[in-house]
Design a protein around this ligand. Structure first.
Ligand code: NIG
Ligand code: FE
Length: 423
């Protein structure tokens, strides 16, 4: 095993381990549902978590789980460890930047969806290799900040060939690829948006679906109407894709209720919500909701994914996470990393913003940035550190996860494990 693909690694001396798995840990029920273990150890083997518990129990635990000494022992000297971040919303297939637009915005011009077309022009003009290099650069940037699972959307191509290229390149870096041909109507179709929707649900979907897991649409004034959005999402679902939606970012609208109605895995932004929207999101997790069925992991509802990097970068009011949580909705945090509305890949920053600006506690925000993202992607192998989970973990250069919000802007990621390997 030493030097092999997945050396068995025992991480010792963990001051505070967030497992998001209270059922297998049960050490500190007060921290439920984040399954916090103090003075913990974590055994990684074969790319998976093999054992987790208190350090005092780890000799027996390792013997039972591994039956031999680990290949590698890493002492983290009281640092905090948490699951790798799950960033369920990014737009990383693009070229160019929008520095000038950002400067104009900071001088008082409001954000509008039309800026997307600037990036469409730059992306169409770029070579495959340029797009690939930019994509990898951003994926590596995210990984260095603890993001071990990343969703990537298309949406800056907006032609059959350019969207097919975007999802194909995205599939080189992640399994979580989203086809967002319906991001905005491209300039050449401005006179006939419905003809563009015909293209999206026709040839474009046919070309992109083989590379994608998800379909998405920007349901917003200035992008697509609820009727057009429903067409896109239903066509994607019929082609075998899971449903996710951009909605209620710039103003109130029907997008959130459409998403719940269609059983979407997530609806993202959720900045302007009515009481009915909040009730629909919360209700999607109880039996009898649109996604229906019995309780347990099969009863999937619609996650409200909040993207506070957008409000930070556009000087808009933040979404009200407290209201959603108090109503019983499931909340995720994601970066929305893109060159227009949120050009940051930092999940630690999302946690800090959610805690300081959106009414979340630290345990809630860390859960939302890990387990919440996993739910938004309908994944049960990431976002937690129960035995069997993918061995994705972040070691903070801090004694507790609280420092993510307490010390904003400070690079606190000390080490990252992805699939059992230190990156
Ligand atoms: O999620 N809301 C729509 N799309 C992106 C913005 C992309 C851009 O401005 O380039 C978003 O914020
Ligand atoms: Fe987005």
């Amino acid at each position: 095993h030493p030097g092999g693909a997945h050396p068995a690694t025992l991480i010792l001396g963990i001051g505070e381990l967030t497992t998001n798995a209270p059922e297998v840990v049960g050490v500190d029920p007060a921290d439920d549902p984040t399954g916090l273990v103090r003075d913990a150890a974590l055994l990684l083997d074969g790319g998976r978590v093999a054992w987790v518990g208190t350090e005092s129990a780890c000799a027996d635990g390792v013997e039972q789980a591994l039956g031999r000494a680990p290949d590698r022992v890493v002492a983290v000297e009281g640092r905090a460890v948490l699951p790798g971040f799950v960033d369920s919303h990014t737009h990383l297939v693009f070229d160019g930047d929008r520095t000038a637009e950002f400067e104009a915005r900071m001088a008082g011009r409001p954000y509008a969806a039309g800026g997307i077309r600037t990036t469409v022009a730059a992306t169409r003009a770029a070579s495959d290799d340029a797009l690939r290099a930019n994509l990898r650069k951003h994926v590596d940037e995210a990984l260095a900040q603890g993001t071990t699972t990343l969703e990537v959307k298309s949406g800056y191509g907006l032609s059959v060939a350019d969207e097919e290229r975007a999802v194909r390149l995205a599939a080189e870096v992640t399994d979580e690829v989203t086809f967002l041909g319906a991001h905005v109507v491209p300039p050449e179709c401005a006179d006939d948006p419905d003809a563009y929707v015909d293209l999206v649900v026709g040839d474009m979907l046919a070309a992109c679906a083989p590379h994608a897991r998800w379909i998405d649409v920007f349901c917003e004034t200035g992008a697509f109407t609820p009727e057009q959005s429903r067409r896109v999402l239903e066509a994607g679902a019929a082609a075998g894709l899971g449903v996710r939606v951009h909605a209620n970012q710039l103003g109130p609208g029907e997008g959130v209720r459409l998403a719940v109605d269609l059983g979407a895995a997530a609806v993202d932004h959720c900045t302007y919500l009515s009481d009915d929207d909040v009730a629909a999101l919360a209700g999607s997790w109880s039996s009898g909701g649109a996604s229906g069925g019995s309780s347990g992991p099969a009863a999937h509802g619609t996650v409200a994914t909040l993207l506070p990097g957008v409000e930070f970068s556009t000087r808009q009011p933040y979404p009200d996470a407290r209201r959603l949580l108090d109503a019983g909705a499931v909340v995720a945090l994601a970066s929305d990393c893109n060159p227009g509305s949120s050009y940051t890949s930092s999940m630690p920053l999302m946690v800090a913003l959610a805690v300081r600006e959106m009414g979340m506690t630290v345990p809630e925000a860390v859960w939302a940035a890990t387990a919440g993202g996993a739910r938004a992607l309908r994944r049960d192998d990431v976002g937690h550190l129960a035995p069997g989970a993918r061995a994705d973990a972040v070691v903070l250069d801090a004694p507790s996860r609280t420092h993510l919000a307490y010390r904003p802007g400070v690079p606190l990621v000390h080490a990252v494990w992805q699939g059992g390997r230190q990156v």
